[in-house]
Unconditional design. Structure first.
Length: 226
């Protein structure tokens, strides 16, 4: 259970640091930006009391903007994961003016520039360890807006009937490709180890390995349809 506003708290007697009065929207954004850094450093066990100390404000002031820690975490999720998501990605993935492989490379080149950051990676892992819904929400978004559209495009590319069902096996194969690319970010921002391939070559290698497996997978599937 996340901590909620205390009835009484010694910090409520503190006087915030004086300075130029900020508009509520600006102050709220400051709290979220600092919370992103805070949670990426200490995880979601970190409380709003410590966050308030870092901000130089009282704990009740944070709760004036966010009624509970859960509300603050949801705002962090919206800022780190949703606001950086580009709807154009799905549109570009389904644009058949170019080959599926080229579309995937272009997508992951753009996508990794968004997710391969210290804050994004560490918050994602801390949320998973804490059992928060952030990971479930985001994984669901990737599945619906990236992997399923990609599988439909693969059906078209490999001559599978447009009415054919997208199977769990196909989704698993797509997750394997996605996970291989994602792991490059894990090494860099979680383990602090940077591989020798570089991000662009890592993306291309993962996608080419994915396609190598698809050749056999779809050949067998078409045989079953005969």
């Amino acid at each position: 259970m996340m901590d909620s506003p205390p009835a009484t708290d010694v910090l409520s007697q503190e006087t915030p640091k004086r300075g130029k009065r900020r508009a509520p929207g600006e102050r709220r954004k400051e709290f979220v930006d600092k919370a992103i850094i805070f949670f990426s450093e200490v995880g979601f066990e970190g409380g709003t009391r410590e966050l308030a100390k870092r901000l130089g404000v009282t704990q009740p002031l944070i709760y004036r903007y966010f009624p509970s820690k859960d509300d603050l975490i949801r705002e962090v999720y919206e800022t780190v994961y949703i606001s950086r998501w580009e709807d154009q990605w799905t549109t570009d993935l389904t644009n058949r003016d170019s080959q599926v492989r080229d579309r995937l490379i272009a997508f992951y080149d753009s996508y990794t520039k968004v997710i391969f950051t210290r804050e994004w990676m560490r918050i994602f892992f801390f949320a998973g360890l804490k059992g928060l819904d952030i990971n479930k929400w985001y994984v669901g978004r990737v599945r619906e807006r990236v992997l399923i559209p990609v599988c439909r495009e693969l059906h078209h590319a490999f001559g599978i009937s447009p009415d054919a069902e997208i199977t769990d096996e196909e989704i698993d194969l797509a997750w394997t490709m996605h996970g291989g690319i994602f792991y490059h970010g894990i090494r860099k921002h979680i383990y602090m180890l940077d591989g020798g391939l570089g991000e662009t070559l890592q993306v291309e290698t993962a996608i080419d390995m994915f396609f190598a497996g698809l050749e056999k997978f779809y050949a067998e599937r078409k045989l079953k349809q005969v």
